[in-house]
Design a protein around this ligand. Structure first.
Ligand code: TYC
Length: 103
């Protein structure tokens, strides 16, 4: 039989809820010099995009100034972005990928 003289306290949460780690966007920035084909080559090689997707993302940056390439964990965003920037540097193009936290 449950005792009526003892107030039962709700159990403290054993596992405090963890904040989800913030996600990061990799941004493709437009410039006037990098050939369109080179941009799509980098998108396919580094971000494993299909020809169709890489062309769509490249054209978005070309028309609007920038395009979101991928949203992922910070370390992956930074690694992919530097890999892509390294390819651009090797080829002496000013193509630039940047990362920023998602709102
Ligand atoms: N604007 C470049 C050109 O006309 C092509 C380009 C597209 C460059 C997207 C960068 O992120 C970029 N050759």
């Amino acid at each position: 039989m449950p005792r009526k003289d003892i107030a039962v306290q709700p159990k403290e949460r054993a596992k405090p809820k963890l904040e989800r780690p913030r996600l990061y966007k990799v941004i493709l920035n437009n410039d006037d010099y990098t050939p369109r084909e080179f941009v799509t080559i980098v998108l396919k090689a580094v971000f494993r995009m299909s020809a169709e997707t890489s062309n769509r993302v490249m054209m978005t940056a070309h028309k609007f100034g920038k395009a979101v390439v991928v949203v992922c964990a910070k370390d992956i965003a930074e690694t992919k972005s530097s890999e892509a920037n390294d390819l651009a540097k090797e080829a002496s193009f000013p193509l630039l990928f940047t990362t920023e936290p998602e709102e």
